[in-house]
Design a protein around this ligand. Structure first.
Ligand code: SIN
Ligand code: MN
Length: 219
């Protein structure tokens, strides 16, 4: 994953744009520090319980709104009943800059006001199965930031969890935005390449992914 070989910005599908090495190492470290803080509370990071039993292999902490399968709430009834940390203005600004980088559309970026972020930590054998982000009531794009170990990010289609799909490697500092015709694509993380991150990103091991979304909810 060497910076010696620059990877170009690529539109994987209409509205699905991969911007490699978008975050500097300094920004990555700052995000890791912020995520470490959120991971401690007020609603601590946890393996989310699934409705049919079992837990997700990733660990998740949320800001702005709390997500549990398959809804958003202000308070975390499935964890400790507390209200999650507020969505900070600096993260809204980062989301807007991300949209500008991906779409080069200044007015769309200015109108983008994410109000929730799901922060997922992958260690060991953690994976994420193919799914759609469809618990939001807004069709605004999802902004995804990756830090730490490189993964395979599978970008599918809007109809089925199976082929056709495109596998993209997301490395530390990469930005991925999915919106427009790709907003409801099935996607997942079938593989994380352990030990591939530069420790200067702030994570000694594992992979951190932050997805910002617009819930479309009020209150
Ligand atoms: C997600 O789909 O919520 C997370 C995707 C990722 O970890 O890259
Ligand atoms: Mn998702």
């Amino acid at each position: 994953m060497s910076a010696l070989i620059p990877r170009p910005t690529t539109e994987i599908a209409p509205g699905a744009v991969h911007v490699p090495q978008w975050l500097t190492l300094q920004q990555q470290r700052e995000l890791v520090t912020a995520c470490r803080g959120w991971a401690t509370g007020p609603v601590p990071i946890r393996h989310t319980a699934l409705p049919r039993g079992g837990v997700m292999s990733v660990q998740t902490v949320c800001v702005g709104w709390h997500w549990q399968p398959y809804r958003y709430t202000r308070t975390a009834g499935d964890v400790n009943g507390r209200q999650v940390a507020p969505f900070p203005e600096w993260l809204v600004e980062l989301g807007r800059r991300a949209l500008t980088a991906a779409y080069a559309d200044a007015s769309a970026a200015a109108a983008y006001t994410p109000d929730t972020a799901l922060i997922n930590f992958y260690d060991g054998q953690a994976r994420m199965g193919m799914h759609q982000d469809k618990d939001e009531r807004s069709p605004a794009p999802v902004v995804s930031l990756s830090i730490g170990d490189t993964c395979v990010f599978r970008v599918g289609n809007t109809e089925t969890r199976t082929k056709p799909y495109t596998d993209v490697e997301l490395a530390s500092g990469d930005l991925f935005v999915f919106g427009g015709p790709s907003r409801y694509v099935f996607h997942g993380v079938p593989k994380v390449y352990e030990g591939t991150a530069d420790p200067a990103c702030g994570l000694a091991s594992g992979r951190l992914n932050i997805t910002m979304r617009v819930t479309g909810l009020t209150g």
